[in-house]
Design a protein around this ligand. Structure first.
Ligand code: NI
Length: 255
């Protein structure tokens, strides 16, 4: 049994075959799928999927790549939605200095603000930290008062950064990148305790080998688990059990 802690299954890439994709995921042992939000335009579709499939769980939050001129309005929408709907977490939030740094300052402001939203709502949060891992770790460390919990999604850092994340009580999301040759994440992940890891696909992006370059989907969690089992020298079912336990603990859902 596996949990996909990060999948954008509400995106248009799944519009034509969402039902089939969810059946395939279930057949591959995926019991639950967590959906991180992007901006105000993705909320309704995500909530309708949550309504239809009890195994799909919605989060609310403004993705750093979508922090633009209208960010104050976007944040206001997130706050309103947070009070009138059911969400299991805040995400995905963070800082992205890879694509466009025009709004870098606003991205940080919005990230900090959404961490306080998570704290107020007593919800975990999912962090996007592309080219900003050191900065996002330092912000979460600064604000950690014992009431913050969550995941550094798509972890791609050093052993020192992994240690800092463990020290502040956070988890790391492991996805398709560990199956890529020369990515180097496998060597780092080998030394991170399984107790601090969760599985994720980031579908429709970052497909694991042998699907690299194609559309990613939740069923491929199985390939990620297989690679992690190989790296850790444990069985695939042990990977499933521990990462599922961790995900249930973070999102507080009863299996
Ligand atoms: Ni994502």
């Amino acid at each position: 049994m596996f949990i996909d802690t990060h999948a954008h299954i509400y995106s248009e890439e799944f519009e034509s075959d969402l039902d089939q994709m969810i059946v395939s995921a279930n057949n591959a042992g995926v019991t639950d799928i967590f959906m991180p939000n992007i901006d105000s335009t993705s909320i309704d579709r995500m909530l309708s999927i949550q309504e239809k499939y009890k195994s799909c769980h919605a989060m609310i939050g403004l993705h750093p790549c979508y922090v633009k001129d209208n960010y104050l309005l976007e944040i206001k929408t997130m706050e309103e939605k947070l009070t009138d709907s059911r969400f299991c977490g805040i995400g995905e939030i963070g800082i992205d200095l890879y694509w466009d740094t025009t709004f870098a300052r606003e991205q940080e402001e919005v990230f900090r603000y959404q961490i306080f939203m998570a704290k107020d709502a007593k919800l975990p949060f999912v962090i996007h930290s592309r080219e900003s891992l050191e900065l996002t770790i330092s912000i979460v460390s600064e604000l950690q008062d014992g009431n913050l919990s969550g995941i550094f999604h798509c972890f791609n850092g050093t052993s020192e950064q992994a240690k800092k994340i463990i020290d502040i009580g956070f988890y790391m999301g492991i996805g398709g990148v560990i199956t890529y040759k020369n990515a180097g994440v496998d060597i780092i992940v080998a030394d991170i305790p399984l107790d601090n890891l969760v599985l994720e696909t980031d579908a429709p992006y970052l497909s694991p080998v042998p699907y690299r370059g194609k559309r990613n989907e939740s069923a491929y969690i199985s390939n990620i688990a297989e690679k992690l089992a190989e790296i850790k020298g444990v069985t695939k079912s042990e990977i499933g059990a521990t990462t599922t336990f961790n995900a249930n603990k973070i999102f507080n859902i009863t299996p």
